[in-house]
Design a protein around this ligand. Structure first.
Ligand code: ATP
Ligand code: MG
Length: 660
């Protein structure tokens, strides 16, 4: 072994051309191979910016960028390390007009999607009891991850509910396009469609790179799979790494078959297997291996511990979820105190988003620093949404969701009646609400005084739009923090502070709200730093894609040294010395939704999720459960998760028997 790579790892890193698959278990150094291979390609003269590496999360992308800088030193020209979604945004920015969208499109987040769904359901007269906006969005997303367009869903819909959803989907999609907006799934679908229908676009985009590398390949869905294929088809320099045992996004349309059939798509592919796990001790790895053999349909794989020995995982039972939270936190505090560990060495892993609450309470009581990873609560604050909507309206006036949110916030005398009139006129004439508001039709909708108010609003937006465009054009010549300054002016011109005073009589609350506005301004200023060209649209995209965060950001908190609270889904690829997996109960892990399903496939995915969780631990793993848990305000008895019995060897494995 040299330079920290074992023989097969070196083999992969030194394979500089052609299709390459690294199929290997958790912690075996797959991500390390991707990173070292990029560095090696650069050493062999590949221009860094002609290398594209795709990862699943922004955090993974940032970590990889850092590791490469560590290997090569800081360089000006960098490889492009990106998530699927960010890369698609770049493609769409260059070519989306070919699909009939405006060049400046908006990306809808979950909140925007739901409010549009609410509108659509109202239009087709579906009540909340029949279908909630969230249900419609989930169904649409399921269809989209299968690359089904509205027309196709009318064919596959079977139940009444699915037929309604199909109708809703058609309306939803039409409205999105009208507003010049796309949702997260569309980012992938539209890119796929562009590549499929416009070969010139595909050639131009594929021609930007000589090498494509993909981490966590087991979790690619159909669109992602086809996008990657389209990008790598000509140069064939495609390296994918993954682990079929860690495929945990089947519910989002990911298909393990993509990784298992890599050799069929690329017959000359070289396959490398890694058999040593460098992350976890043998005792932890043993638990993981005992669990995962219970799954059907596995690719046989060897995974040995490079770190011998270690402590056996602990299994702890508590009377209630409150006890569980208190004792886990007390345990962490004890280890920090007596073993000289730091807060950032710990992670508490959950199955559901509701679980962290009691833990947060206990951590606060214990005055331990913590960070909840993967939560977006800051963006859900009213004042932050208001401000971002205002910026979005300035950037892209067709974005009706954003405009309707702020047309009368703070109140400027444009009532609901006027708004309804504008929308009705827009629908009737096939125009956007913005066209109606800024055209002669306005006078037929409202009285002169109201029309004046609308016009003043329109003019204000136009003024800021022109201002923002000037800043973009000025490039490097712009004043420092020019966009942040624009935002400050805007906040003052609309009188937002006075509005806060009116809404929140409590001075503390007001101060809080004001602070989040300040954070948005700060974020804009940070975005501008060191960029040669800036634009409002670019900033907003970064925000929506989660690349840019505000407030007490995760990064800030992490560098502040904090205990990580995260779901097992979000923990993919990460590692911590001490890991606590909590709530190991039937109904939580495996999740109750999967218990109903007839086929065992869903349970298998839950088992893989548990496997992902266990294999995050380097030195010490603690599994815990509560014997009772509150349901609708009453404590209910629980049952230990079947996975616990499997781990400790007290479950019969029908598959192991069948094999012998
Ligand atoms: N040859 C090696 N020598 C020493 N340490 C190694 C070696 N290969 C990998 N490691 C270390 O093992 C740990 C796991 O590596 P890495 O994260 O690349 O694994 P992975 O296969 O991507 O895991 P996962 O499946 O969880 O994504 C890291 O801390 C890495 O630095
Ligand atoms: Mg990895």
């Amino acid at each position: 072994m040299s330079n920290g790579l074992n023989q097969p790892q070196q083999d992969a890193v030194n394979t500089l051309r052609g299709p390459l698959l690294v199929l290997a278990g958790a912690g075996s150094g797959k991500t390390r191979v991707v990173t070292f291979r990029i560095a090696n390609l650069i050493k062999h003269g590949i221009v860094p910016s002609r290398i594209l590496a795709v990862t699943f999360t922004n955090k993974a992308a940032a970590e990889m960028q850092e590791r490469i800088a560590g290997l090569l030193g800081k360089q000006k020209d960098k490889p492009l390390i990106s998530t699927f979604h960010s890369q698609c945004v770049k493609v769409l920015k260059r070519h989306i007009t070919k699909l009939g969208y405006p060049p400046r499109f908006t990306i809808y987040d979950r909140g925007d999607q739901e409010s549009l769904a609410r509108q659509v359901l109202r239009e087709i007269r579906v009540s909340d009891e029949m279908m909630r906006p969230g249900d419609l969005i989930n169904q649409i997303s399921r269809w989209k991850t299968l690359s089904l367009h509205p027309a196709a869903t009318a064919q596959v819909a079977q139940t009444d509910k699915e037929h309604l959803a199909s109708m809703g989907y058609r309306k939803y999609q039409r409205a999105l396009k009208n507003f010049g907006a796309v949702d997260f799934d569309d980012l992938l679908l539209c890119t796929e469609e562009l590549f499929e229908k416009h070969n010139d676009v595909r050639l131009a985009e594929a021609g930007l790179f000589d090498h494509v590398l993909v981490d966590e390949y087991q979790d690619t869905n159909g669109s992602q799979y086809r996008i990657i294929k389209a990008l790598a088809r000509d140069h064939r320099n495609l390296c994918v790494v993954g682990d079929d045992d860690q495929s945990i996004y089947g519910w989002r349309g990911a298909e393990v078959k993509h990784i298992l059939q890599f050799g069929k798509d690329w017959p000359d592919a070289k396959t490398v297997r890694l058999e040593y796990n460098y992350r976890s001790t043998a005792a932890i790895l043993d638990a993981a291996n005992k669990l995962i053999v219970f799954n059907k349909h596995r690719h046989d794989k060897i995974l040995r511990a490079a770190r011998p020995g270690g402590e056996k995982p602990r299994i702890l039972q508590y009377n209630s979820e409150v006890d569980e939270a208190r004792e886990v936190v007390a345990d962490i505090a004890r280890v920090i105190r007596t073993e000289g560990r730091e807060a950032k060495d710990f992670a508490i892993l959950f199955r559901t988003n509701e679980q962290p609450r009691p833990f947060e309470t206990e951590l606060r009581k214990a005055k331990l620093p913590y960070v909840v990873l993967g939560s977006q609560s800051f963006f859900d604050r009213k004042e932050v949404k208001d401000l971002l909507s205002l910026l979005r309206t300035i950037e892209s006036p067709r974005d009706e969701q954003a405009m309707l949110r702020i047309i009368n916030t703070p109140p400027r005398g444009i009532g609901a009646k006027t708004v309804e009139g504008v929308i009705a006129a827009a629908v009737k004439s096939g125009k956007t609400a913005w066209d109606v508001m800024s055209g002669p039709q306005l006078n037929t909708i409202c009285t002169g005084a109201t029309a004046d108010k609308v016009l003043r609003f329109v003019d204000m937006l136009k003024k800021y739009r022109a201002h923002a465009e000037m800043i973009t054009k000025a490039g490097k010549q712009r004043r420092p923090a020019a966009l942040a300054e624009l935002l400050r002016q805007l906040v003052s011109e609309i009188g937002y502070e006075a509005e806060l005073n009116r809404l929140y009589p409590d001075p503390n609350e007001r101060q809080n709200r004001l602070a989040s506005i300040e954070e948005v301004v700060n974020a804009v200023a940070q975005y501008e730093q060191g960029k040669s060209e800036v634009s409002l649209g670019d900033f907003l995209d970064e925000v929506t894609l989660g690349e840019r965060e505000f407030g007490d950001t995760k990064d800030k908190q992490l560098s502040r040294n904090a205990i990580a609270l995260l779901t097992m889904h979000a923990s993919k690829g990460l590692e911590y010395p001490h890991v606590y997996i909590v709530g190991l109960e039937e109904g939580i892990l495996p999740h109750h939704r999967t218990l109903k399903a007839e086929s065992g496939d869903d349970i298998d995915e839950e088992r893989r999720l548990c496997y992902v969780g266990i294999t995050r631990a380097e030195e010490k793993l603690t599994l815990s459960l509560a014997l009772t848990r509150m349901k609708w305000g009453k404590p209910r008895d629980t049952q230990p998760s079947r996975f616990l019995f499997e781990i400790i060897g007290q479950a019969e494995n029908p598959r192991a028997k069948g094999k012998r």
